[in-house]
Design a protein around this ligand. Structure first.
Ligand SMILES: *Cc1c(COP(=O)(O)O)cnc(C)c1O
Length: 757
């Protein structure tokens, strides 16, 4: 009996080859075991249990046709082959589409039905698939997905690599790198599931399940890979549908379902692998020798029994002698641009991925839910008011770069917000908004806030002055933040609507100012620091000592002002789901503060930090529910305020720019230089912008989709790239006008004068 085993990489994130070899040796002590790999850098080739080695050129250099013929000859001559690498298994399936009696790896039908993220084959198993979105959707929609899932998301390739992308800049960087490494634009974002990881390993021959075993990870490497685990039987509720799945896919070989069990015991499928897992020998130690069962199933020759020596296993690191016929190569050169562990295999798997794309373009595609609707175009549609506001501009007379004020868009946003506030107001609780002046202090926006019944929310006395200049009265001003006494001498003498103290020092200063007759406000309150989320703002309440100080401070507040509480945590940053969770926990803290201080909270201010779509499109029912919740938990609250900044300002301006130069590179690759720069669009690292080109001939606005073009700013600075991964519409040339929408928030207010002489 001769058995070929591949996948001998034995680093911290190992392939299963050595585990398979050890298990086979136990089941078939007399078999000849041949280790197959594609690089002499793979340390597993030195393992003593290998009888022979069959080392090939790396995948990028192999002549796949003649290698395929060699493998066929080995199989025809009676050799068995167990693949320890997903991509090798896929390549083998592309050659032996219906399998080969001696090839102990799945046929193409099996491979196609386990493609991530949908994993069609597992549909009947008692597991769920975490929510996902193909990266073929527009950046606008991808950003919304990340916010909705609290930025606890993974960006994954179809077969290898998964990377947490906690911010937009990391997302765009990883997307660029993964697309390049795995030769595909088709990646997907998937929601993270919190829980403990476990796996089910299976062994099957020609559609018959030969064995299966469960393993829970009990210790992991920094990459999250198994270091120790416990092994148990697969429960019948899982085993029976698994047996069906193996039959339906005509599975042959090893397989692994990687899952997470959440706090409510629900299993979530992370992925299914077409091979044994690297911990395969851990199961053999526990009496489940699945590789031997596989060989027994294929050959009919009984394997030696596998007595259990323990139900738990762990790993150790061992030194082994290097074989003199494969001396150590020199240290590899560092590879620039490597991401994740895809570069860990020296055998050129990324090159194999590129070649498999040519062999079968569908094979490496991500599998999306067939009911997921139409094919995404990758283009974000502009709202009608954007189009109208852009059409109203006289671009011929416009020097660029130039911020366009989106007149009807801005007016519409404020009007809708005002209408919603009215709708939500009940006889018991008034719902109001305060416009955050800091976000964009343009007088046109402050004016819209005034005309639509907003309060003015200021974080400095000069912002208060801006509000007063536009026509706000002092009693329509909410003063907030750590710098509220600056600049000196501008504190209004009239009574303001509300002042929130950011620290105990700030509170003491407010008390003194009120006592001295230098400041007055209808509400004086505190900003509380949200627990468990890092913030430099507000009064902390996360330890009994700090909470005690807060209570004592509140008791000192003047009794002739009403008491209010403010908290602010940007949902655009912490995520929408988490924000609502936090909101409910805040109400609990507020109740404790009321009880311990004896002061009734009359105003609750929920701060700002919403992304425009989340604020405007949020189902009114959710906010209505929140109003009800506040009313039930804090019946003294008469007014609920929120302080939208970017929700109002961001869509209200766009940045017009012109192309200075088109650069044509190899393989049709194009880059462009524009007259704008990161000085005018500084938020481009943190949020997507919906972009259009104005067609020279027709004047039409053409959406800009995704591609390989970089838009480089005019500054002579390496990092002045204001968009990457885009594709300019056909015919774009120097002098053409591009418009970046969604630039009216911090892009506008934090833009700076730079590189203008
Ligand atoms: C900045 C700020 C806001 C507005 O935040 P956005 O992210 O622009 O919505 C609201 N309230 C306070 C106190 C702020 O400092």
């Amino acid at each position: 009996m001769k058995i070929y085993v591949s996948g001998l990489y034995a680093g911290g994130n190992p392939q299963p080859g050595l585990g398979i070899v050890r298990s086979l040796r136990q089941g078939y002590p007399d078999a000849t075991i041949v280790g197959v790999d594609y690089s002499t850098r793979v340390s597993g080739i030195h393992f003593e249990e290998l009888d022979e080695r069959w080392i090939q050129r790396p995948w990028g250099e192999l002549d796949l046709d003649s290698y395929g013929n060699k493998v066929r000859d080995l199989l025809d001559a009676g050799g068995l082959w167990i693949s320890g690498s997903d991509l090798e298994a896929m390549w083998l399936a592309s050659i032996f589409r219906e399998g080969h009696p001696n090839l102990l790896a799945p046929p193409m039908r099996g491979i196609k039905r386990i493609t991530k993220p949908a994993v069609e084959a597992a549909a009947a198993l008692p597991i769920k698939i975490p929510t996902y979105l193909s990266t073929e959707h527009s950046d606008w929609d991808l950003h919304a997905f990340c916010r909705a899932h609290d930025w606890r998301v993974w960006l994954k390739g179809p077969y290898y690599d998964a990377s947490r992308t906690p911010t937009w800049d990391i997302f765009t960087a990883v997307r660029g790198a993964l697309s390049k490494i795995w030769s595909t634009e088709k990646l997907f974002l998937q929601a993270h599931v919190s829980g403990y990881e476990e796996s089910v390993m299976l062994s099957a021959y020609r559609g018959e399940l030969l064995g299966a075993v469960s393993m829970r990870k009990r210790d992991i490497t920094p990459e999250g890979k198994t270091w120790a685990g416990d092994v148990s039987e697969v429960p019948p509720s899982f085993l029976e549908p698994l047996r069906e799945m193996v039959r339906a896919t005509n599975w042959t070989g090893g397989g692994e379902l990687e899952m997470v069990r959440d706090a409510s015991e629900q299993l979530w499928l992370i992925e299914m692998n077409p091979r044994f897992p690297a911990w395969v020998h851990g199961a053999t130690i526990a009496g489940h020798n699945l590789p031997a069962l596989l060989v027994q199933g294929a050959t009919g020759l009984p394997a030696s029994p596998a007595p259990a020596t323990a139900s738990e296993f762990t790993r150790i690191v061992l030194e082994v002698p290097v074989r003199t016929d494969f001396p150590l190569p020199p240290l590899p050169e560092p590879f620039a641009g490597a991401v994740g562990h895809s570069m860990k295999h020296p055998s050129g798997l990324t090159a194999l991925a590129a070649r498999l794309h040519v062999i079968d373009p569908d094979m490496l595609d991500v599998a999306l839910d067939p009911e997921g609707g139409e094919q995404p175009s990758g283009l974000a549609a502009l709202p009608g008011s954007f189009v109208a506001d852009i059409a109203a501009q006289d671009f011929d007379a416009m020097e660029t770069p130039h911020y366009i004020y989106m007149d009807t868009t801005a007016a519409g946003l404020f009007k809708r917000a005002a209408e919603r506030a009215l709708r939500l107001t009940t006889s018991a609780v008034e719902v109001v908004s305060g416009y955050s002046i800091k976000t964009n202090p343009d007088p046109r926006l402050i004016r819209l806030a005034l005309d639509n019944g907003f309060y003015a929310e200021a974080i400095s006395l000069s912002e208060v002055q801006s509000a007063l200049e536009v026509g706000f009265r002092a009693d329509q001003v909410i003063l907030n933040g750590p710098g509220k006494w600056w600049p000196q001498g501008l504190m209004p003498r009239e009574r303001m609507h509300a002042v929130f103290c950011d620290s105990i020092a700030d509170l003491d200063r407010a008390i003194a100012a009120v006592a001295a007759g230098e400041m007055s406000a209808r509400h004086i309150g505190i900003r509380i620091r949200t627990p468990n989320i890092v913030s430099r703002f507000g009064i902390p309440l996360d330890s009994p000592t700090t909470f005690g100080k807060l209570i004592a401070a509140v008791k000192r507040l003047p009794g002739d002002s009403a008491f209010g509480v403010h908290f602010h945590m940007a949902s655009s940053h912490v995520g929408v789901a988490q924000w609502w969770h936090l909101f409910e926990s805040m109400l609990g803290w507020c109740r404790s503060i009321e009880r311990l201080t004896g002061r009734t909270i009359e105003m609750l201010d929920m701060g700002g930090g919403w992304y425009p779509d989340d604020w405007h499109e949020d189902e009114t029912s959710k906010i209505a529910h929140a109003v009800e919740l506040v009313h039930n938990m804090l019946p003294g609250v008469r007014q609920i305020a929120s302080e939208p900044g970017k929700a109002m300002a961001q869509p209200s301006m766009a940045l017009a720019m012109r192309i200075l130069e088109i650069q044509e590179h190899e393989e049709g690759h194009v880059d462009a230089v524009v007259d704008a720069s990161i000085a005018e669009i500084p938020m481009h690292f943190w949020q997507p912008h919906r972009m259009v080109r104005k067609c020279r001939e027709t004047g039409a606005l053409q959406p800009i989709g995704r591609g390989k073009t970089h838009l480089m700013g005019r500054l002579c600075m390496e990092h002045d790239i204001i968009a990457s991964n885009i594709e300019l519409p056909e015919g774009t040339r120097a002098g053409d006008l591009l418009i970046f929408c969604d630039a009216g928030g911090y892009d506008r207010s934090m833009s700076y004068v730079f590189g203008r002489g």
